[in-house]
Design a protein around this ligand. Structure first.
Ligand code: 26Q
Length: 795
């Protein structure tokens, strides 16, 4: 496709699909026209992929996830189709910068953070690998809330991504399923039949996901809830308009909003309804597809794999058993075995408060037949492996982790350390009973979005050095190592980073009115705000550094900008206090005439995928400082390393593996290990001891406690000070001294720019293993037992 072909196609869509005259078109029109022109290029590979999968009778992979944090799609599609240059030229002809058009697209935030973004990377990798696969999730009308700050406090506003027409989805009014709730179970001809009392319709919306080089496209199928009855005509006719539309409102509520919480499930009925709604629709859809091709249900495990992204779709176990046994007549034991053959479960957290449990009362009321089946599953498991401590039903609750474990043939963790800890802690008993079930699949990220799309400067440099094979085979980045003794290469590497930083500086100036020095070290922590992720450790270090610079303003300080981004769950009070503290500290430090040339703090509001794409390429230092044992993997950590930002981090999650890959000299390690953390907590007064041993820490905490950062309002941040000097569950104080030491090593390393750039480039060269293509190959080999439908040559 030439740029004039693309331009013609854009103008065609502008006129005939959107009904706009080029003379009056606004940016949104151009963005829609470009999207439709690009979408046309996806349709054929998409249909071909479907035909190939049917013809080859390939096994299909279904990735079930409550969240798909896909962000913007247009640039990604253009990049994967190899049309970036073409699109630039087409818009040069049209007199509009392509970037303006691309940044008009809303950021689809159908997820909270890591788990949802992982699902999006996996779907893209499965397309790039030409594996027949489908993502199943919920088409939330409103994604994750928009965050702003008012006087330093987080304010949430509803997100409205569907306000503008979604260019990528195809509505499928013919793909609908009736989903029931409540009611009772009756016996008919000796069989249990669920007769739900309420119901609604799940309707499919399909978004094609095109893989690298446009060879293959899979579908992301998201379900939207529709009422079985649009409105109550009797009530309407009698004039009660609100009551008349009640059934519609109620049904639509199911897919209305994403739960903005990523750590503390509230046990809300609506959440369980959402989980069952999308899981049941997805299973029935997959089963319908299977039954259109095969007539023997025993083939199901050979032809279908369902991957459960955490326990959110874990009701798939009992629902699949119900579909096979109650509705298709397979004997119960066979139904359970067949379902298990298809199901596998990925665990993403060991935090006890984040493990899903549902009251038996609620489960029985909403899904009475499923509760009976869960009892049967437990009984069958107990008969097979007699052990009372390993049941899904316990203490009046349904434990979804146990249920997913028992109903999955494989259970995986998301980093080597996390998988080990799964075996030792939460799933200890079940692991003893099923020693081959738990396996590791370390997370990965897609290089198309996170390097090629987000960092064109670095990408050009890499391709000039080693050719373009790295985009589809990221381990080729190791070829960069031979270039590291070439001063010219390191200069170009430094220039790429500098260009990205300058772009960010301009953007921050325009959007926040804050001036940053592009020569300062950009020290970045972007992720959900949570105590275990320890943004408060980072800000405490900033306070201590500020105090030290004030004591000694003429010393040779390495200039730094600490950049934060991330949202707090609306109900997570302490996380919101951390945001408030960081913003208050930023206000004081940035206004300090003595220190601000050395140290600034910036909290960028409304962190999302798009902002990550802007920040990560411009980062010098990656903050991965969670309490050891708490961060299952992290995936941001991989994006930073790939983009040439060394890590300061603990031995937690995938940091451990990143450090092994990049080399211990190219990673700033600090802090206690997971077993050391547990031992430290045994000392009741660990925080007090740490504070007594480190005057810097004591002084920083005093500043948090008094009104240094809350002029005229002492006590504003006392909660944080009390928490940290008191029980300090996440051992912030006990890790502070070593964190400070590592940060000063970072300062010294950064001061030697030649050495720093080498270290940064080594991080890029040695991070190729963290591609989500590699993760997907692992799942294919060890869990799904299938592979690509096309050979490397595209045949
Ligand atoms: C559950 C029930 C009710 C309401 C909300 C939830 C809920 C929603 C989202 C629970 C957890 C999540 C998200 C968890 C998550 O993002 N975990 C992250 O997963 C990443 C991908 O594996 C890891 O890299 C991160 O370490 C892990 O924190």
């Amino acid at each position: 496709m030439t740029s004039s072909d693309l331009r013609d196609s854009i103008l065609h869509h502008l006129k005939y699909s959107l009904g706009k005259d080029a003379a009056h078109a606004v940016t949104q029109d151009w963005r829609m026209a470009l999207s439709l022109a690009v979408r046309d290029r996806i349709t054929d590979p998409w249909f071909d992929a479907t035909r190939t999968a049917y013809a080859g009778q390939n096994k299909r992979v279904y990735y079930l996830s409550m969240e798909f944090l896909i962000g913007r799609l247009l640039q990604d599609a253009i990049v994967n189709l190899g049309l970036l240059e073409t699109a630039h030229e087409a818009f040069t002809d049209l007199g509009l910068p392509l970037d303006t058009v691309l940044s008009n697209e809303p950021d689809a935030a159908l997820g909270n953070g890591g788990l949802g973004r992982l699902a999006a990377c996996f779907i893209e990798s499965l397309s790039s690998l030409a594996v027949p696969a489908m993502g199943y999730g919920i088409r939330y009308e409103h994604g994750l809330f928009k965050q702003s700050f008012v006087q330093g406090r987080q304010i949430e506003a509803p997100e409205d991504w569907l306000q503008q027409t979604h260019a990528w989805e195809f509505e499928r009014p013919e793909s609908t399923y009736h989903i029931g709730f409540g009611g009772r179970v009756v016996q008919k001809d000796g069989r249990s039949v669920w007769e739900p009392e309420d119901g609604l319709i799940a309707q499919a919306y399909d978004t094609p996901v095109i893989g690298w080089k446009g060879r293959w496209a899979n579908t992301l199928r998201l379900w939207s809830a529709k009422p079985t009855q649009i409105f109550d005509l009797d009530r309407f006719n009698s004039g009660d308009y609100i009551a008349a539309s009640a059934p519609e409102t109620l049904a639509r509520t199911i897919s209305r909003v994403l739960y903005p919480d990523d750590t503390t499930p509230q046990g809300k009925e609506l959440r369980l309804k959402q989980e069952f709604f999308f899981t049941a629709a997805s299973l029935r859809d997959a089963l319908r597809r299977f039954e259109s091709e095969y007539d023997d249900l025993h083939l199901l495990p050979q032809k279908v794999a369902f991957q459960l992204n955490d326990t959110h779709p874990a009701i798939a176990g009992p629902e699949l058993v119900r579909l096979l046994h109650d509705e298709r007549g397979l004997p119960m034991d066979e139904a359970i075995a067949t379902a298990r053959g298809c199901l596998a479960y990925t665990n993403h957290t060991l935090l006890p408060e984040a493990l899903e449990r549902w009251p038996v009362e609620l489960m029985g009321r909403l899904l009475p037949r499923h509760l009976q089946i869960i009892e049967r599953i437990d009984a069958a498991h107990a008969a097979e492996k007699p052990d009372r401590r390993a049941n899904a039903l316990e203490d009046g609750e349904v434990k979804m982790g146990e249920l997913a474990f028992i109903m999955g043939h494989k259970v995986n963790g998301v980093s080597a350390l996390h998988t080990d800890l799964m075996k030792q802690t939460v799933f200890k008993e079940l692991h003893r009973l099923h020693p081959d079930r738990i396996i590791n699949q370390t997370n990965g990220v897609t290089p198309r979005r996170w390097v090629l799309g987000a960092n064109p400067r670095l990408s050009t440099l890499i391709t000039d050095a080693i050719g373009d094979g790295w985009v589809g085979d990221l381990e080729q980045l190791s070829g960069l190592e031979t270039h590291l003794d070439d001063a010219g290469f390191l200069d170009r590497f430094a220039a790429a980073k500098r260009g990205n930083k300058t772009d960010l500086v301009d953007w921050v100036q325009r959007n926040q009115g804050i001036a940053l020095d592009p020569d300062a070290m950009f020290d970045v922590q972007i992720k959900r705000i949570h105590e275990y992720k320890r943004q408060h450790l980072n800000i405490l270090e900033a306070i201590a550094l500020w105090q030290e610079i004030r004591d000694n303003p003429n010393a040779d300080w390495t200039p730094r900008v600490k950049i934060f981004g991330g949202k707090a769950a609306p109900g997570y009070v302490f996380a919101k206090e951390i945001i408030h503290l960081i913003n208050d500290v930023a206000a004081v430090l940035n206004a300090d005439p003595v220190t601000s040339k050395y140290l600034k703090v910036v909290f960028l509001p409304n962190y999302n995928v798009t902002l990550a794409e802007r920040l990560i390429p411009a980062s010098d230092l990656s903050e991965q400082i969670s309490t050891a044992g708490k961060e299952a993997s992290g995936t941001g950590n991989m994006k930073f390393a790939l983009n040439g930002a060394p890590t300061i981090g603990t031995l937690d999650g995938a940091n451990v593996e990143i450090r092994e890959h990049v080399g211990t000299d190219n990673f700033f390690l600090f802090g206690m290990t997971a077993p050391e953390v547990d031992a430290r907590r045994e000392l009741g007064d660990h925080a007090a001891q740490a504070i007594a041993a480190d005057p810097r820490l004591a002084r920083a905490l005093d500043a948090v406690r008094d009104d240094t950062f809350a002029p005229g309002d002492p006590g504003r941040h006392a909660g944080i000070a009390e928490n940290l000097s008191g029980h300090d569950y996440f051992v912030v104080c006990s890790d502070f001294t070593d964190y400070w030491r590592a940060q000063r090593e970072v300062d010294a390393a950064y001061a030697d720019q030649g050495g720093w750039m080498r270290m940064a480039a080594l991080n890029t060269a040695r991070s190729g293993w963290f591609s989500s293509d590699r993760s997907m190959r692992g799942y294919l080999a060890d869990i799904w037992r299938t592979g690509p439908a096309l050979g490397a040559d595209g045949e």
